[in-house]
Design a protein around this ligand. Structure first.
Ligand code: 13P
Length: 250
């Protein structure tokens, strides 16, 4: 059995005050979350606050992006070692917002995955198709290309050190969730793609679903055999909703 992971992606939301309140609420309700690992991916300036608030709790934390560079004249960038300095466990790489708004391509995302992994962070590799790509019936090609970029650079075993998040772009922040069957079909495809190269890694790798997951649809999504958790945007900003998704994991 793979561990269920419910990870919040706060994106560029919150303030010191609102995050304090959110994490107080999450910590207070953790007793109801029986089996899932809970994690939050915070904006960089708040990682210190998140660390001091979550230290000693069962909730993990991480960043939303990282630089491929180690250090130096790279204004605005954040390195893997800086994330480790705040005891981050996770870092998101290749979120669709980074790919589309900031022009990150598969090669750069694969490099970010490699840098995070080598530093000892667990990269959460986001993949997923746009609506146009789904309508053209090329969802599997797109997702395969995004995952193969990592395999080509690092070898399939690298996937065992991270997490994959399938996030159909058309479902992100739109209130339109992939149906459990649609999501399961892509998750199963991803696992079979990995299994072609290494059955052990395929069995082990956690594949999260992301895109308008909420307390109302989480249980059904999480009951699918190849869905091992969720990457939650909007609903992770409300303690009750985030906890309810964690509870829905059983
Ligand atoms: P929403 O849950 O707000 O749709 O966002 C999903 C997401 O992008 C998580 O990374």
């Amino acid at each position: 059995m793979r561990q269920i992971l419910i990870a919040g992606n706060w994106k560029m939301n919150g303030s010191r005050a609102s995050i304090r309140e959110l994490l107080d609420g999450v910590k207070a309700g953790l007793g109801d979350v029986k089996s899932a690992e809970m994690a939050v991916c915070a904006p960089f300036p708040y990682l210190g606050d998140v660390q001091s608030q979550l230290n000693g709790s069962s909730v993990s934390w991480g960043g939303q992006d990282l630089s491929v560079e180690e250090k130096g004249a790279f204004t605005g960038e954040t390195s893997a070692s800086m994330l480790l300095d705040f005891s981050c466990k996770y870092v998101i790489v290749g979120h669709s917002e980074r790919r589309t708004l900031y022009g990150e391509d598969d090669a750069l995302v694969a490099q970010k995955y490699a840098v995070a992994r080598k530093a000892g962070l667990k990269p959460i590799l986001c993949v997923g198709e746009t609506l146009e790509e789904r309508e053209k019936n090329i969802t599997e090609d797109v997702v395969a290309r995004q995952i193969k970029a990592v395999i080509d650079l690092e070898g399939v075993s690298a996937l065992a050190d991270g997490v994959i998040a399938y996030e159909p772009v058309w479902a992100i922040g739109t209130g339109k969730t992939a149906s459990p069957e649609q999501a399961q079909a892509v998750h199963a495809f991803i696992r079979s793609l990995v299994a072609e190269q290494d059955a052990g890694v395929a069995e082990k790798v956690q594949i999260l679903y992301g895109g308008s997951m909420n307390p109302a649809n989480a249980a059904e999504l999480l009951s699918q055999s190849d869905i091992d958790g969720g990457l939650i945007g909007g609903a992770s900003l409300k303690a009750d909703d985030f906890l309810a998704i964690g509870k829905a994991a059983g």
